[in-house]
Design a protein around this ligand. Sequence first.
Ligand code: SUG
Length: 452
Amino acid sequence: MYNAREFNFDGLVGPSHNYAGLSFGNVASFNNVKSASNPRQAALQGLAKMRALAARGFAQAVLPPQVRPNFRLLRQLGFSGTDADVLAHAWREAPVILACAYSASPMWTANAATVSPSADSADGRVHFTAANLNNKLHRAEEHIQSTRTLRALFADPERFVVHDPLPSTPAFGDEGAANHTRFASAHGAAGVEFFVYGRVEFDPSAPSPKKYPARQTLEASQAIARLHGLDPARTVFAAQNPDVVDQGVFHNDVIAVGNGNVLFYHEQAFADEAATLDALRRALANVDSDLHAVRVDSGAVPLADAVASYLFNSQLLSKPDGRMALVVPHECRENASVARYLDGLVGGGATSGQGPIDELIEFDLRQSMRNGGGPACLRLRVSLTDAEAAAMHQGVIMTEDLYARLVPWVERHYRDRLEPKDLADPQLALECAQALEALEGILGLPGLYDLA
Ligand code: SUG
């Protein structure tokens, strides 16, 4: 076993953060369609979270935003002329497509990729596969920049491999780490990788949701496990409960989170709860570990409250003393059943703090939450040994110095209000390009973007 740490790569919110209602099946995105957003506040909220966790000693890094608007998409769809013509034409004829080209969604980096640490892969390298996100037009091209970014950050071929995304066809719908969890006794120890899927392409008799789309297929998860060279004895695939997808649980990380040997989950999360826990226990036995299941039942927290508060879209972080902190959004305090549950978990009562989780860390992430993205959506987990951490690009590691450079950058380049009609403003496109050009310099990543 190597000494390893889990880096959380949080998405830096881009300058076009907006609410376009593009994610059918994601209740918050739908409910806030066309309301005004505040990109500056969104970026500062995300940075405050990164800074606070870094200050606590958690390994924290930043994943840069993506180029917006996506002129390549707009031109591919037949909008032509100068950039200003393209924007005017798209706004007139297809404002939804313009919104897709301006989408804020790369900020939710849990969907950027699936990551397997070197302790799990057959060749001893860290494996990444950018998610094709092919269920939604506004996310379907993110993999191009995600792959480019990951290759820039993890460039050493001896230690890292960044695979091409899976084929962009419904059979291989892949949403990245939002449906993937890893269990291990320590970050550097061999672990169990757990993939949760919503649909099986080649078995039409397998249950699937009826109202909302299941974005992740079993076939995609299996392909990732093959690509990453995972040991079948330490890999578990489980079906998500299709009924909860239909109630707004569009990714498994809206209803479950794991860390160490702990699975914190809602009783309705899986199609077959007992079989899922059993499979995890058997796989964990292969690494001499056992599962610690923290089950939340519907009597304590009804599913609707879990979705509204994003209780399970929390981060479970290991502290040096072996206990864990749960990183939750403020919304958890505003929901009566969830607040009561959390008080019981860590609130100082007779039975609280006795399980593996003994601390809550709360953040105001309202700008992100209004698009259906909580603390866990905002970060991509990458477990790295000390040697791997030293081999990755250092300019993205969150430090006080980087924070002190990013805050004025946001204040200089980001607007504090965006409405749907602003997406037609050619000046916004220029502002976005200028911001990213400056960011390449701050992060020490020249050529990160194709800004030509
Ligand atoms: O894919 N929202 C994202 C939220 C992703 C949350 N990620 C995780 N659960 N890991 C999505 O639904 C909304 C964009 C808009 O409507 O403008 C959006 O894409």
